[in-house]
Write a protein that binds this ligand. Structure first.
Ligand code: AHG
Ligand code: MN
Ligand code: MN
Ligand code: MN
Length: 336
């Protein structure tokens, strides 16, 4: 019987959110119910990921998604789990998933007031080799005075009421913000509960880690190339930064949030809008970074100000410690 189970003041994610929501007298628990279904999805995917190698869940599912990517079985399974969990919550009206070309409009009898955008399985190229992967989600509130349409979801990230990710790594960690700071919860498998382990996360103002796929260096624009050069050959005599790149956005962002530094997926000549998707990768991670005292910049503007025009639109992204992103913003401003 592990000591935790005997502790009587366990702060579970459910209790935490109920406490948060009690600060909003108008809330009737809808958000808590929605979150409990997202948490259920994360627990399910966590157990599937842990058993993937055993349950023959790895390897290609033989289909490709609209991103033209080989869909791995866990991608497909995770997407189905979250779609079903979100619809069964009765609190959603529009769902946008990386794995589905079109938005899902929930049938009226099960409709609620939230729109959830999500990347059910992030870092799928890392599934087969057992490197950390994750789920990313963002939540918009939708007025229920009209029939939901795509316009309700093509909104700036700033309109989100909550965002978070779950990382399936050496432990299963869920990081969440409902707009009043960032908190991290770790799954205690013996209880099946996410326990508050990282209260009020704040990203260090500076960091000595940079995180980018150096393999794209040939195609970078000047400000990005200049910034990365400076990380490696600092002119002010300071020591060079370390490079850490896992290739799963969730894992690279989680490390950046806790240790400080900067994560970049810049534009390049091949992909002028970079690779990461605005609604369910860039916005949720940018929301979290700002809530933790960091910044998120697209090369042109504050990431959360971007107004998407298409569901699977991509954007370059530079996010992390406040001072590091400030440097990139100055380099792009000088170039403009
Ligand atoms: P997904 O597996 O959901 O499609 O996302 C993969 C993304 C993101 O997780 C990561 O930051 C990025 O792809 C890595 O891209 P490169 O392999 O081009 O560096
Ligand atoms: Mn993908
Ligand atoms: Mn992803
Ligand atoms: Mn994905």
């Amino acid at each position: 019987h592990n000591a935790d189970a005997l502790r009587t003041d366990l702060m579970t994610i459910t209790r935490f959110v109920l406490n948060e929501q009690s600060k909003h007298p108008e809330s009737r628990g809808d958000f808590s119910i929605l979150l409990s279904h997202i948490v259920l999805g994360c627990k399910f995917v966590c157990s599937a990921v842990n058993k993937a190698g055993l349950a023959k869940l790895i390897g290609l599912a033989g289909e490709t998604n609209i991103q033209g990517e080989e869909q791995k079985k866990l991608d497909v399974l995770s997407n189905e789990v979250f779609v079903k969990a979100l619809i069964s919550s009765g609190r959603t009206c529009i769902l946008v998933s990386e794995e589905e070309e079109d938005a899902t409009f929930v049938e009226p009898s099960k409709r609620g007031k939230y729109c959830v955008v999500f990347d059910p399985l992030d870092g799928s190229s890392n599934i087969d080799c057992g490197v950390s992967i994750g789920t990313i989600f963002g939540i918009y509130a939708v007025k229920d005075d009209h029939e939901p349409t795509i316009e309700d979801v093509l909104k700036p990230g700033n309109n989100m009421v909550a965002a978070g990710y779950c990382m399936y790594g050496s432990s299963c960690t869920l990081v969440l913000s409902t707009g009043t700071g960032v908190n991290g919860f770790t799954l205690d498998p013996s209880l099946g509960e996410f326990i508050l382990t990282h209260p009020d996360i704040k990203i260090p103002k500076k960091g000595n880690i940079y995180s980018v796929n150096e393999g794209n260096a040939k195609n970078w624009d000047n400000p990005t190339a200049t910034y990365v050069e400076k990380c490696k050959f600092p002119k002010d005599g300071s020591s060079p930064k370390s490079l850490r790149y896992i290739g799963s956005m969730v894992a690279d962002v989680h490390r950046t949030l806790l240790y400080g530094g900067i994560f970049l997926y810049p534009a390049d000549k091949k992909s002028p809008n970079g690779k990461l998707r605005v609604l369910y990768e860039v916005f949720p991670m940018s929301f979290l970074m700002e809530q933790a005292g960091g910044q998120a910049f697209t090369g042109k503007e504050r990431a959360l100000d971007l107004i998407p025009t298409k569901l699977h639109e991509r954007s370059p992204i530079f996010l992390g410690s406040y001072d590091e992103v400030e440097e990139i913003k100055n380099l792009y401003a000088a170039e403009a």
